[in-house]
Design a protein around this ligand. Structure first.
Ligand code: 5GP
Length: 219
């Protein structure tokens, strides 16, 4: 139910607002996926933008939940049909953000979490800067990063070496992000990322419900 001034009865402290596109990037192994999953569990106003990828699923990954795993030909078709918001070659595979219903959902106040690389971040920024908030997560050290990549135990050593090289290239894009958080301690990093999300929701320009609310206050 909604009152005349547009404030929902059940959430009288929450005005209508635009959703935001919350981007988390980091080199592989810096803990971004763990942070992303924690955020999705803890916060029911944000949902994952599920990317399409041509890479094979890792153990435990579920089609349609972690990624839409598609064959090369299907990815080609999606590119030709202009089905992607952005897409990029990442580490020998292709990854892309399907357009889906994102634009309309943003208008209705739905937030989306994007676990994408710097190339995707640049493309989203160019398309829709006002709705984009980007956070880069850094590992505390290169040694810690290698340890985490090895600890995952899912990739062969040559793949890990290649990922380490890629990690350094990815890190070089840190200055293109709105926020940078060092993941020294998982809980602490998660807390900081949540605070960024909460603060960004309160941006005046996102709080579209403010105009009728303030009008009523001053009438
Ligand atoms: P992984 O194969 O480890 O899941 O992901 C490899 C990299 O691809 C990560 O840096 C991840 O952020 C990036 N990635 C995943 N989905 C997308 C996407 O839709 N677009 C772009 N540009 N990068 C993505």
């Amino acid at each position: 139910m909604t009152k005349a001034n547009g404030i929902p009865d059940s959430q009288s402290d929450t005005l209508h607002r635009r959703g935001l596109m919350f981007i988390l990037s980091s080199p592989s192994g810096a803990g971004k996926t763990t942070i992303a999953r924690k955020l999705l569990t803890a916060d029911n106003e944000i949902k994952l933008s599920v990317s399409a990828t041509t890479r094979a699923p890792r153990e435990g990954e579920v089609d349609g939940v972690h990624y839409h795993f598609v064959p090369d030909a299907e990815f080609d078709r999606m590119v030709d049909d202009d089905d992607f918001y952005e897409w990029a070659h990442v580490f020998g595979n292709r990854y892309g953000t399907p357009k889906g219903h994102i634009r309309n959902a943003l208008k209705e106040g739905q937030d989306f979490l994007f676990d994408i690389d710097w190339q995707g971040t640049q493309q989203l920024y160019q398309k829709d800067q006002q709705d984009t908030v980007s956070v880069f997560i850094l590992p505390p050290s290169i040694a810690a990063l290698r340890e985490r990549l090895e600890g995952r135990g899912t990739d062969a050593p040559d793949i890990i070496d290649a990922r380490m090289e890629r990690a350094k290239a990815e890190i070089s894009h840190w200055a293109e992000y709105d926020y940078v958080v060092i993941n020294d301690d998982l809980d602490d990093c998660f807390h900081k990322v949540s605070e960024i999300l909460h603060a960004e929701r309160m941006r005046r320009t996102r709080q579209t419900g403010l105009i009728p609310f303030v009008r009523e206050l001053t009438e």
